[in-house]
Design a protein around this ligand. Structure first.
Ligand SMILES: [Zn+2]
Length: 373
């Protein structure tokens, strides 16, 4: 199911629009929280609905190992399993698998489970099949994620093998026509362009990916430790070669400065564990920058986490109370801080839509960079 973006406004290269899927509409730019193992950590599907989150990311690597794709399929797919009516995008597992130093051949990747040490083999076709069983609205191809820094040769090999795998994944996906989500909706499949921070390889990675005519496109292998001054030109080089009428998704990028810069280059979709992980470690995103909730300064602070935030936690509870919960390790503390951080980052991206539509994106961008750059 080819997804197109109906661009409603542009400001420079930044764009805002709507991606229409068989399940509904996704307004862009959009941040999707990460629900690695079938839940955004500490939150329920009901929480996400109340926060107005339309799309979450599920993790193929984790879900195929536990509880297993067949079990999820038998129980009606991830949507029914989670009782979640919003969209689900599943990553292919490439990023996690490549962080485990797998044995990789043209055939696929062999890796060990972090749960029990058992050996698994994932091919491009297998990753498509697993994601079909999970019933994602959007599935991602299995790609080769080279570590950074890597030599140009290693990155070039990753681009070439990603291209080979993309071809096989696309064929498997199209041959499996009939793959459906829980409600019998057509799934979409996105390609992933690699290329490290080498501009020529980034262009080539994008061109090779587009040649397979995917339903949308992602840029992978960025924000893996390289400075932003290297990431942004590499991102721009890839975006230049992706079709303007289809979704563009920057994988794994969640810091506010990188998000606003990437929107400025024309990215539509983002995911990152940053807001939920930060919350569990007591790092709070606010309009004035990060704060550490454990700090003594908040012991008697009756104000909200961020006076400018519209989340239900800021409407109700004080920094002093949330600090106390965090310090004594109450699970409720992690949950409330996650609700704030996820809403805060999601709202930051949502607010960029109006800024683009009203022709004030650059002023908004500079204001975000003043705090987060
Ligand atoms: Zn808040």
């Amino acid at each position: 199911m080819k997804l197109s973006i109906d661009v409603r406004a542009i400001d420079g290269l930044a764009r805002t629009g709507v991606i229409t899927t068989p399940r509904g509409e996704l307004p862009t730019p959009l941040f999707m929280p990460v629900g690695t193992r079938g839940a955004v950590k500490t939150l329920s599907s009901e929480d996400l609905e109340q926060l107005g989150i339309p799309l979450i990311l599920g993790n193929t690597y984790h879900l195929m190992l536990k509880p297993g794709a067949d079990l999820v399929a038998d129980l009606g797919g991830l949507h029914r399993f989670m009782d979640w009516g919003g969209h689900v995008l599943t990553d292919s597992g490439g990023y996690q698998i490549f962080s485990l130093t797998p044995k990789v051949t043209d055939q696929g990747a062999t890796f060990r489970s972090t749960y029990d040490g058992s050996t698994h083999h994932l091919t491009p076709e297998g990753a498509a099949d697993v994601q079909s069983k999970l019933g994602a609205d959007i599935q991602m191809v299995l790609d080769v994620c080279p570590p950074l820094p890597s030599t140009d040769r290693v990155i070039r090999d990753a681009v070439v093998r990603t291209d080979l795998w993309a071809d096989r994944a696309r064929r498997a996906f199209l041959d499996g026509a009939g793959w459906r989500t829980d409600r019998g909706l057509d799934q979409a499949q996105f390609g992933i362009a690699q290329g490290g921070v080498n501009l020529q390889l980034r262009r080539e990675g994008a061109q090779r990916t587009v040649a397979h005519d995917f339903d949308g496109y992602a840029i992978g292998g960025l924000s893996v430790g390289e400075p932003r001054e290297q990431m942004l030109p590499a991102l721009a080089a890839a975006l230049e070669h992706l079709p303007g009428d289809q979704p563009r998704y920057l994988m794994g990028v969640g810091d506010p400065a990188s998000i606003v810069e990437a929107v400025g280059l024309g990215v539509d979709l983002f995911d990152c564990v940053l807001p939920s992980r930060h919350a569990r470690h007591g790092t709070i995103l606010t309009s004035e920058g990060r704060i550490m909730i454990k700090n003594l300064a908040y012991e008697r602070d009756e104000g909200p986490l961020d006076p400018a935030c519209g989340c239900p936690v800021c409407a109700r509870w004080s920094r002093a109370y949330l600090r106390h919960l965090f310090r004594v390790g109450e699970p409720t503390g992690a949950r409330l801080l996650t609700i704030h951080n996820v809403t805060w980052l999601s709202d930051l991206v949502t607010n960029l839509r109006a800024a683009i539509a009203e022709g004030r994106f650059d002023a908004t961008r500079r204001a975000v960079l003043d705090v987060w750059g």
